[in-house]
Structures are given as C-alpha cells and as structure tokens.
Design a protein around this ligand. Structure first.
Ligand SMILES: [Mg+2]
Length: 357
C-alpha cells in the first residue's frame, strides 16, 4: 500500500512566537538569541531578517552588519516548549505515528488516521488549521509517499504553505532538484557528485548502483534508490527511549545483602552497556524489590546530572536499597533497577533546548 506521510514544519518558529506575543515586533526584522553587542550566534531569524541574509547559527556581529536595524530578542524557551507541546498533541489527534525531528517539525504517518480521512492533503490542511487556531502560529506542510519527499516538499511553499506530491508526480518532481536535496547528501558528497557531473537528482539515475557504490561506498546504492523516490524509512515514533531497565528473579529467595548487591551491580553494568550502545544518558534511578511474599516496592532518586555510567547507577541503587528497603531483613525474590528520564545524544529536541539554555 502506498504510504501517506506528512512533514509539518513551523514557520520561523521562535521568532514567530515572539512576534505573536509582542505586536510591536510584527513585520520587523528580529532574531532570537545572541546580543546586539555582537556576542553569540543567532538561534532563529524572522522572515523580515532573512531578507537581509540573516540566518540561524550566524554570528550576531555579522547579522548586525547585514541588517543594522535588526532587533535582538531574548529567547523564552519555555514558551517555545509550550507551543511545541500543543502542536505535538494536535498531531496525536490524527495519528499515533509521529516522529519529531526537532522542537518545531515532525513526520506523521497518516496512511490510516484517527479521523478516517483518505486524503492526506485534507489531513494536512486540518492539522495546519488547528495549529493556527490553538497557537496563532503558522506551519507549512509537505505531503508525499515517503519521508524524504515530504520533507523537501514542506519547504517549497513556505511560509504558511502546503505542497502535495502524489506518487505519480514523484519522479518528475525530483528530476530537476539539486542533489543536496537528497537525504544524506551533505556538502562533501555533493562535491564528489558534482565532480562527476552529477548536479541534479535526475543525473544520479544515469549511473548504476554498482558505479555509485564504487564512488560513494555503501551509501551509493541507497542514493540510487532515493533518486527515484524510493525511501522505505518508516516514521518511527519509538525513537526516543523512555527508560532502560533490567531485573533478576533469584532461583531461591535471598537474605544475604552482599549477594544481592552483587546481582545489583551486574544489572547496572548491563543497563550502562545498553545505554552506551544507543548513546543515551539518564537521570532517574529506580530500584525495584520484590519480597518472598510478592510484596513489591520501588524506590527512585533523580540525579543532578545525566549519566550512563554503571558505577554511578549502582551507587544510587545501593543507596536506595540500604536506606529505603528491608533488604537484609526480609527474603528477596526479585531485584530490578532502571534508568529513566533519558536523553539521547542524537535527540534534536534536547540539543536545541541545551543550545537555548
Ligand atoms: Mg521550522
């Protein structure tokens, strides 16, 4: 079945929030982040500022040179987070398959959706209208049979626009776009391709998968598929882990505290290993104890900072066990430990929050 994927992207999100809340900023070139003395970098620029060539990540001094009457607004990230939560809740009214890419954009799979609407473009229209109704902010949408094209499309009629690429239009839509629009093509790959005369996506199709593999390595064949609009990546709502835990039921109930601690240490090493593999850190340690009579308790402690270190997790679990349980007094049937309140190194939402902080 052909999939129906939306990419919804808020228009100049941070600056739009500021202009919404302070009418004197409406229609004027503003940036969020940095300072007018030229320190720091621009976190976001309004459309009026972009006309002067001001963009995000640009040093503030440079931004001010390009646009002397630029207005610097202090970031209010709490407000952005609030708006982001409203938007995400709206997405969930239409589909549970939502994959946030950052604080202000997400993929939504609406192939089957909660309002039973067969036309993805209608779903997109309703979502955009509802976002505006509830936040007074505008969003742009791309509607396509795969993620890559939905994302390209959402950018084509910005701001406050929608672009629908139906399956039969995919091939022609891609043909004349520059290669850098393809998923995974950064400046380095783009240069490699350009050196071979591959400038447009349609040019990629003149090379076989074998040739592209030779030039680009493993990525080559995928790029070939992408140039035809073949992008099987699913919208993944489970990208962000909620918690990581492990537990053991003993073959016979244990009273010996030393033995239980030994097990606990094994469990924390296990958790630490799996967190490190996925590049996640966590903040809240939860200890679970089940006594011989099946009476089960949990005790938690939240740390001051994120960790993925087994030793640290063990230390906290041990502290909880010694101070807040009857381990050593009552026989224990099961012991478990988990780490929650996780953030991933690759979680763009978190990265942006850290940036604004
Ligand atoms: Mg945006």
């Amino acid at each position: 079945m052909t999939r129906k994927i939306l990419h919804i992207d808020m228009d100049a999100f941070f600056t739009s929030v500021e202009q919404r809340d302070n009418p004197s900023l409406k229609g004027r070139p503003i940036v969020v982040g940095g300072s007018p003395e030229g320190r720091g970098v621009v976190a976001a620029a309004s459309y009026e500022a972009r006309k002067f060539g001001v963009k995000s990540a640009m040093p503030c001094g440079e931004a001010k040179r390009r646009c002397p009457h630029l207005i610097f607004v202090k970031s209010n990230f709490q407000k952005y987070v609030e708006a982001s939560k409203v938007i995400r809740a709206i997405f969930k009214e239409y589909s549970d398959i939502v994959e946030p890419l950052s604080i202000d954009e997400a993929f939504i799979d609406v192939t089957t959706n909660k309002i039973g609407e067969p036309l993805a473009s209608v779903v997109a229209k309703k979502i955009r209208a509802q976002i505006f109704e509830q936040t007074k902010l505008t969003a742009s949408a791309g509607v396509a049979p795969c993620k890559m094209i939905a994302k390209i499309a959402s950018d084509m009629n910005k701001p406050n626009g929608i672009t629908v690429i139906s399956p039969e239009k995919v091939f022609d839509f891609l043909t004349n776009l520059p290669c850098k629009k393809l998923w995974g093509v950064g400046p380095v790959t783009a240069k490699k391709l350009a050196d071979m005369g591959i400038k447009k996506i349609g040019d990629v199709r003149n090379f076989s998968k074998v040739e592209l593999r030779h030039i680009l390595g493993k990525w080559g064949p995928t790029l070939h598929d992408l140039s035809f609009g073949i992008d099987p990546r699913e919208v993944s709502s489970s990208r962000n882990l909620k918690s990581r835990g492990a537990e053991r039921t003993f073959s016979e109930d244990l009273v010996d505290e030393e033995k239980i601690l030994e097990k606990l240490e094994d469990l924390t090493k296990e958790i630490s290993g799996s967190l490190k593999k996925k590049n996640y850190c966590g903040k809240t340690v939860t200890l679970k104890v089940r006594y011989e009579d099946f009476d089960t308790i949990t005790r938690s402690k939240t740390l001051g900072s994120y960790t993925d270190e087994g030793e640290k997790i063990f230390e906290v679990a041990k502290f909880l066990m010694e101070g807040q349980t009857d381990v050593g007094l009552r026989p224990v049937r099961l012991i478990g430990v988990s780490l929650s309140n996780l953030i991933g190194e690759n979680d763009p939402f978190q990265v942006e929050m850290d940036f604004l902080n």
